[in-house]
Design a protein around this ligand. Sequence first.
Ligand code: ADP
Ligand code: MG
Length: 700
Amino acid sequence: MDLQSRITTGNRSLKMYASRLEKLEIFTYMDFLFHLPSRYEDYSIVSKVADVQPGETVTIQGQVLDIKTNYMRGSRIKSMQKATLVDGTGSIELLWFNQPFLTRTILPNALISASGKVNTFGKSRKLSLQAPQYEVLSFDGNGIHTGRLIPVYPETQGVTSKWLRRQIHTILTEHYDLIHEYLPEDMIKKYGFIPFNQALKEIHYPKDLDSAASARERLAFDELFLMQLGSNKRRADWKEKQKGLPFVIKKYEKKIDDCINSLPFTLTDAQRVAITNIFDDVQKDKPMNRLLQGDVGSGKTVIAAISMYAAYLNGYQSVLMAPTEILANQHYKSILKLLEPLGVKIALATGSKKEGFKIKDLGLKNDNENHKSSILNPKSHIFNILIGTHAVLSDKITFNKLGLVIIDEQQRFGVAQRGTIRQKGDNPHLLTMTATPIPRTVALTMYGDLDLSYLNEMPHGRKRVKTWLVPPEKRDGAYDWIHKQITETDSQIFIVCPFIEPSESMTTVKAVAHEYERLSKEVYPDLKLGLLHGKLKAKEKDVVLQKFRDKEYDILVATPVVEVGIDIPNATVIMIEAAERFGLAQLHQLRGRVGRGDKQSYCLLFTESKSEGTNIRLQALETVYSGAELSELDLKLRGHGNLYGTAQHGVPKLKAASFSDTVLIQKAKHAADEIFPHIAEYKTLEEKLEATLNENISPD
Ligand code: ADP
Ligand code: MG
């Protein structure tokens, strides 16, 4: 037995639970131990029956005098179990509902412990505990469901806290000696941590809330520390093992400047700094590994284009990979416009193996068979720059001399995909780009192995999107105002409905389709409306978007699928329903869909929420226009668990730690930086790190 063993190797009952436990991400025994309580129930006050008062939450220990089931007719409660518990000072009634099996698990004369809230019952005002937690006491009298601080866990269908408590308690008692310390002793001393095994025990069964807190702190530190060590290790591997392809920049400075000067705008200072960062990197003989982070609309594409131009001048090919066909197309068009006149040959690859690849280059016809095969023929490389979706990953597409890989919206790709694309060359430089306003603290821990460039500035002359929170009583007024915008200023409008469930399920689609009907019939019967949601086929989406772009629709009713990359400059109003369901950072991304042209744009946030906290949170959007600042706020106000779309955005789920705990993050980073150069001296820690790294790679 090893704590890393899968529970499917265990007893029959565990095997039966395996698929349910997957939903809680419990696969191994260790995962059980890391299924941390979301809170504790305080059943630590053990009282005598004679002392209890109605309303108190208590634990009573005593002997069961009798227990029986009464069946009832014609009510939702089909049966009631009633036991009498005596403890020498008096008797109290225990009541449960619909649990007839209890008469088999609690036998008369058993010594039991029961915890719950004291009620009075019936005319006699007899004391009772309703649906108490209970357990039959063992000899040592130490309960796992009663008589102390009791852990309450995140549950799922068919897996209760009570069941989890039993499993976790068993592992903790029977296999405690398998939990090994891996932090160096001097480090534990230096930071005043409790030992690892003690932390795992006390997070589940703390003596008191203070000891629960120190257990959590130890585990949180470990989590952040290992993450940071992982970053240090990846950085070291990248720098040590790889020999890069140094570019020459100086020689081509004039040409690059000419390219920049041919742009219809001047670069922002932030864009210039990012380009300088990139040029510094690519001239080295280590491959670049840089993350370019910038708010929606901050102008990342042009930085990608200029970098690829520099690669071209050095005789290298580049590839730019984007997560959606819409985005790939958009990049293709804008980069073609900039670089084709300078003699760069650009191709576009979209589609998939199943649907057939579509390759377009140099303005030649899309479905031209010859060009399809010429580009897919490994011997013929007629492009300098390839732009595409994940289609560029196809093993049919090869490169002669790949010098630069750029991944747009990198969080949408898995680790494996990011690796595959680089393997098409011989250690090409890598630039990843993201608009996800990852809070700085998160970026530092998560992406410690990458060099970061921030675009903290918007292009000049961009007008801020005026943002208003609209309460229910102003809804009709807002509808009228929108109508005016459309008819009087020829604007187009997005109306965004939220996901009803965590992902774009059928329920969501139904809700948005329903809203589309309602708006079309009742609110704007005189206008043309389109409907866009994620369950449409790629082609259908394209058609809807094209129609919106061609102004065949005045209003596009959509789910948050519009969030990534849609660029329709004539749309100047975005109206978001049930805004309280979104994180601030996500609302900010949505708001980025408008304000792309030179007209004043608006964002209307509709909410029916009466909660003051919610309204204050949403009002932040009226005054804060920085995505990074908003996501910090999200983190503070809603906590990491709710940080917008964390799963999709490649931000790992933390079990014990929180990304808003900057002090602990600093501490972990400091400790990791200090120990990493000497990690070879700490074998156990090194092994733990290897194991953690392997674990984190697999889910992709
Ligand atoms: P994102 O960073 O979200 O990918 P894009 O690269 O799509 O942003 O740029 C958004 C828009 O801003 C594009 O139309 C682009 O041409 C324009 N743009 C980029 N840089 C500047 C600039 N310095 N001044 C004015 N407009 C710019
Ligand atoms: Mg972009």
